[in-house]
Design a binder for this molecule. Structure first.
Ligand SMILES: Cc1ncc(C[n+]2csc(CCOP(=O)(O)OP(=O)(O)O)c2C)c(N)n1
Ligand SMILES: [Mg+2]
Length: 310
């Protein structure tokens, strides 16, 4: 969906949401002198497509605030789960689970962009006592699970999808994972179990941005060929350009009820929207403006992204 002259209304609006995500996280990167920026650049279109077009989530009456951390959710205290930003749960509604906890700022920006997180809430981002943590946890907006130790959410999503099938829910369970998490053994145990139990209402969206903390994923621990690996595990697989809204949405719409879970492999660019960062690849896991030239380039990129967000 690069040619906006032929884009339909939803594509134009969803593209704006994606640019707002990028702009917001870049703004915070400048303000905080560093942030998980590249993750927002790579995943913005996937998240925008999910929140505006793919997921069936209950609407909220109004954007929610995220009060300070009041203890972990669950008994005996009643601290709210970050899942409430996805609306009330329902048998015919979807669930959306986030696995890579360092993508939290991209999730907060996405929630703000689609009117689920109150504007201004991000002012407390990464400050003591705030639930808008740099590394999200089960109390952070959008998060139902604590998954800072990676590779866990696919198994948990499979468990949730399995339980939902026992209850005859018709809603789908979606989980977002990063490509570095495919290096984790538990990911593949989860994939194996999901196929074994025939969980065809389970969908995993992978942000294949090619990088992990120590460099290119292919150099640290190669995960390719991801497509044939998932196929071999008994999944349906769609390989898409993770910046092409049509391709992402169509991958889900083409899914048949055939007893197989779906993996949508979204190949992305971790500098998308800020070409200035191209030269720093693959060292974009955590981005700081280091020089005055960086700061000037970041400010210029912010202006452009904000312009495209309106
Ligand atoms: C089980 C586990 N091992 C190692 C880490 C440390 N770690 C934090 S971020 C990261 C990189 C993960 O890859 P990815 O999410 O693809 O990186 P990105 O694309 O965000 O740079 C690693 C290995 C962790 N959080 N959990
Ligand atoms: Mg990655």
């Amino acid at each position: 969906m690069t040619d906006t002259t032929t884009a339909t209304d939803w594509q134009v609006e969803t593209h704006r949401v994606a640019q707002r995500i990028r702009a917001r996280v870049l703004e915070l990167t400048i303000l905080k002198d560093g942030c998980y920026l590249s993750q927002a650049l790579s995943s913005a279109d996937i998240l925008a497509a999910l929140y505006t077009r793919i997921l069936q989530l209950a609407p909220l009456d109004r954007p929610l605030d995220s009060p300070p951390f009041g203890g972990v959710p669950g008994a005996p205290d009643e601290s709210p789960s970050g899942g409430r930003f996805h609306g009330v749960k329902g048998p015919d509604l979807d669930r959306f689970l986030i696995s890579p906890a360092h993508y939290a700022v991209a999730i907060y920006a996405a929630l703000e962009s689609v009117g689920r997180l109150q504007e201004g809430a991000l002012e407390s981002f990464n400050t003591d006592g705030s639930t808008l943590e740099m590394i999200g946890a089960e109390h952070s907006p959008g998060f139902e699970l604590t998954t800072g130790s990676f590779g866990q959410a696919l198994s948990q999503a499979g468990g949730i999808a399995f339980a939902r099938r026992l209850k005859s829910d018709t809603g789908r369970t979606a989980v977002f994972v990063s490509d570095g998490e495919l290096e984790e053994g538990q990911t593949w145990e989860g994939a194996q179990a999901a196929a074994f139990y025939g969980l065809d209402r389970l969908m995993v969206f992978v942000d294949v941005n090619g990088q992990q903390v120590d460099g290119w994923t292919k150099d640290v621990m190669n995960i390719e060929p991801i497509n044939s690996r998932f196929l071999a595990f008994g999944w349906d697989v769609a390989t898409v350009d993770g910046h092409d809204l049509d391709q992402i949405v169509n991958a889900v719409e083409a899914k048949e009820a055939n007893g197989k879970p779906l993996a949508v492999l979204c190949y992305t660019d971790s500098a998308r929207g800020i070409p200035y960062l191209d030269d720093r690849k693959p060292n974009l896991h955590y981005v700081r403006p280091k020089t005055d030239e960086d700061r000037r380039a970041f400010e210029a990129a912010l202006e452009k992204l904000q312009e495209e967000s309106r």
